[in-house]
Design a protein around this ligand. Structure first.
Ligand SMILES: Cc1ncc(COP(=O)(O)O)c(C=O)c1O
Length: 404
């Protein structure tokens, strides 16, 4: 039935929604999806895993769905299935030596919901949250929704993007509520030294701040070592967000989790009832299959497929950048999926450079300024999506574009 137009004015949307800016990477991802139907595009853009997930977890979920269709598609409790939480607890104990109870974990719809729910639980209007600059670009908007402010501290490639506690200390005010630690990092691929992690834990304890650790890339480490900050204390004031999107190459399954002090996690779960009610039950079976049996599938998949494949791609990208554009200097990422390259000697505007590279050479990269003021005249290029051969082709195209 076609409704007759009455010439009514569109009722207003909220001031909050009017201020909300979508993620530029999501916008690029949807443009890319459309454009790639017509031409061959080399993507050094989005950080989505490009490998197939472990076969065994797919098989287990199919079997579960066939055998128990009603149960598999039912609601579950807001904090997640007890078995999923217990397996995550065991995994943290075994791999990171972290001792928590299942009540201190809640399952979320991806790491994204975990981040949003944590902000919603701890932030008041006017609070300040300290992050590195550049940093993951999806912290700022949810923080703004809570009326909080992001305070950014520059980190530099010549210092391997280290986030030094003494520089953080200078920015702590009576409005500071939390510090975010992201290691391995997006967009720089850096891993913080144990000394810095320890220093940040101490700062948070000394100033009664929340420490939010985003551990989404903890399993994607090529050199160096991921350290869970709790090795240095902070069980009472640390909240961690994490997900299986990168570890198990299942970003569309949308399973993440948050863990921390029980009082915070139970409040966070209550607030989550108003957003997603529960994380999808069926998706939790993927994670159970990954972590059962001492997380055998997770360990084998990371060791035999994920790390060797991405490490070879990272090395190919470093090699080609050095060979084809020797004047470019950069620090080689030790983890995650990204190179963050200072192009200030070659470009005026990283957004324009990235747009033109896409239009003229069909190569996608992400402008560094999307990750913060200090990312201006930088670009983020990822090695996660393309084969070594195509990485070589893509870098040749970037070289030709710079030379032209
Ligand atoms: C640093 C960081 N945190 C969180 C996320 C959210 O991931 P997801 O919602 O897929 O778990 C991402 C995704 O790219 C990320 O890079």
């Amino acid at each position: 039935m076609k409704l007759k137009k009455r010439g009514m004015k569109l009722p207003s949307i909220s001031k909050r929604a009017q201020k909300y800016k979508g993620s530029p990477i999501r916008r690029i991802a949807s443009l890319l999806e459309k454009a790639s139907m017509n031409k061959d595009i080399i993507s050094f853009g989005g950080g989505a895993p490009s490998l197939a997930p472990p076969h065994e977890i797919i098989e287990k979920v199919i079997q579960q769905l066939k055998e128990k269709p009603q149960l598999s598609t039912a609601y579950c409790s807001t904090e997640g299935l007890p078995r999923t939480r217990e397996l995550i607890r065991e995994d943290l104990k075994r791999d990171e030596g972290i001792d928590i109870s299942p009540d201190e974990i809640t399952i979320t719809t991806g790491g994204t919901e975990a981040i949003y729910a944590v902000f919603q639980t701890i932030l008041n209007p006017g609070d300040e949250v300290i992050t590195a600059d550049p940093t993951y670009l999806c912290y700022e908007e949810p923080m703004k929704l809570m009326g909080a402010k992001q305070v950014r501290i520059p980190v530099y490639w010549r210092e391997d993007f280290q986030f030094y506690p003494d520089r953080i200390n200078e920015k702590i005010t009576n409005k500071t509520k939390a510090i975010i630690l992201l290691s391995p990092d997006n967009p720089t691929g850096s891993i913080q030294t144990e000394e810095n992690v320890k220093g940040i834990v101490e700062l948070c304890e000394d100033h009664d701040l929340w420490l939010i650790t985003d551990d989404i890339y903890k399993d994607i480490v090529y050199e160096g070592k991921f350290v869970n900050s709790r090795e240095y204390g902070g069980y009472e004031n640390t909240i961690t967000t994490c997900s299986f999107s990168k570890t198990a190459s299942i970003p569309g399954v949308r399973i993440g989790y948050a863990y921390g002090p029980k009082q915070v996690i139970s409040k966070l779960s209550e607030l989550k009832q108003a957003t997603t009610l529960t994380a999808p039950r069926l998706s939790q079976y993927f994670v159970q299959a990954l972590l059962e049996d001492g997380a055998r599938v997770k360990h084998e998949y990371l060791k035999n497929i994920v790390i060797p494949t991405y490490k070879a791609r990272r090395d190919a990208m470093a090699r080609e950048l050095k060979k084809q554009i020797p004047e470019l200097e950069f620090s080689k990422p030790e983890g995650a999926f990204y190179f963050f390259i200072d192009m200030s000697d070659y470009i005026q505007d990283d957004v324009e450079f990235s747009d033109r590279l896409f239009k003229e050479k069909s190569v996608v990269i992400i402008p560094g300024s999307h990750f913060g003021e200090n990312g201006k005249k930088h670009v983020r290029i990822t090695f996660v999506s393309e084969t070594e051969e195509r990485i070589k082709q893509g870098i040749s195209k970037i070289r030709d574009f710079i030379r032209e």
